[in-house]
Ligand binder design. Structure first.
Ligand code: FEO
Length: 396
């Protein structure tokens, strides 16, 4: 099924309602996703991107209903990751000599994945491709979010095909940003940014400034996942600038794992201390072992400070805590404060180890953390409360 989005441009992608995990088992997609591809017809016909490989035959079959495949003059691949290039092998079986326009790094990526010597045409920022009455302008966008990523702009219709940037993992038949619930849209757009783009925030800011300097009128931004931004399309660009600038809301997130409940009890008392000190601040408390990790990273992205807790086991921290800290390191969060806490019975190394990992991950560790021998009660419970109070009060 295709959808006309402009007089000579159709969406020819795939809505994946079933998708619940992306990037292997890493990224949760509670609301599915879509792989957006577009067919532009002018004097020349061009296909922009394809879909994920499990849908390759369906994609090519549907494309054949739109146009005899040999009438496609060019293919543009904005990014080589398999969710967008996955149908290329099937498509190229039918039209093996059709030129593929992409960045130099994208050629490496396509060759590396599909081992095919297709008819590649490397393009750089500012290069143009005439379609007859309109042109495509290519804008390389390295690290948004792979080295090969690129935007393609269509003159006349003023459409920016931005690939992953400005996307959301959100399956919807309501194709446009003004036709769906705004809370749901922004929840998914922010989750996408937090988990995929946070570490490339300096590149995001630089690229958006470059894009603005090009002074291209933009009527529509078509990302490769989720809905198209047609109503006030630059709103998502402005949000990206905000998210890329050490974003934090007035939120503190407390996340822990526990063995026999001591660390959970600590966490709950600490939260009471925080609330006592800063009642207006949003506080979120999670057992991170039971929490979706992609959603947890989104909450950490939104937070100005985090507290991470673990019981001590085998002279270290619980494994889910270690996994979360590794993900926090990878995303390179900036300008966030942190501290550790944890309950122990015998040796109690977890707190020191967590503090060290938080520091390595770029968090400002504001104290030595709170080690609690056995479960908190009375005076030691009071110490947890005061720890939460002091942590929160120290943030202002
Ligand atoms: Fe949607 Fe980087 O692939």
């Amino acid at each position: 099924m295709s959808i006309q989005i402009k007089s000579n441009c159709k969406w020819v992608g795939k809505i994946d309602w079933e998708l619940r995990k992306f990037h292997g088992e890493e990224f949760s997609t509670h609301k599915g996703s879509s792989y957006n591809a577009f067919l532009i017809r002018d004097e020349k016909t061009v296909l922009i991107d394809t879909v994920w490989s499990p849908f390759d035959k369906e994609f090519v079959k549907n494309l054949k209903k739109e146009i005899p495949l040999e009438k496609i003059d060019f293919i543009v691949i904005n990014h080589g990751e398999v969710d967008h290039s996955g149908a290329l092998p099937e498509l190229m079986r039918h039209i093996p000599n059709t030129p593929i326009y992409c960045s130099a790094n994208c050629v490496k990526s396509l060759r590396g994945q599909y081992h095919q010597d297709w008819n590649y045409h490397v393009v750089k920022t500012g290069e143009r491709l005439s379609l007859g009455s309109k042109e495509l302008i290519f804008i390389e966008a390295p690290m948004l979010h792979w080295p090969d990523s690129m935007f393609t702009y269509l003159t006349g219709d003023n459409i920016l095909f931005s690939n992953d940037a400005f996307g959301q993992h959100l399956a919807s038949e309501r194709l446009y940003n003004d036709r769906i619930d705004q809370g749901e849209l922004y929840q998914e757009a922010l989750k996408y940014y937090a988990n995929i783009l946070t570490l490339y925030s300096p590149a995001v800011t630089k690229k958006i400034k470059e894009l603005k300097a090009l002074n291209l009128p933009i009527d529509m931004i078509c990302p490769s996942h989720g809905v198209i931004w047609r109503k006030e399309p630059l709103q998502i660009v402005e949000h990206y600038l905000k998210w890329a600038d050490n974003y934090a809301e007035d939120q503190i997130t407390v996340a822990y794992d526990t063995m026999w409940d001591g660390t959970r009890q600590m966490a709950e008392i600490i939260v009471k201390g925080i609330v006592n000190a800063v009642p207006e601040t949003t506080v979120k408390l999670y057992n991170l072992a039971r929490m979706d990790k992609t959603d947890l990273m989104t909450e950490i992205f939104k937070s100005k400070a985090v507290l991470i807790g673990s019981a001590t086991v085998n002279n270290g921290m619980l494994r889910d805590v270690a996994a979360v800290l590794e993900e926090m390191r990878g995303l390179k969060f900036k300008h966030k404060k942190a501290a550790a806490f944890g309950c122990y019975g015998w040796s109690g190394e977890a707190v020191k180890l967590i503090s060290s990992r938080l520091d390595e991950a770029g968090f400002e560790v504001v104290n030595e953390g709170l080690r609690q021998k056995w479960a908190p009660e009375g005076e030691t419970a009071e110490r947890c409360f005061e720890f939460g109070q002091a942590f929160a009060a120290g943030l202002n």
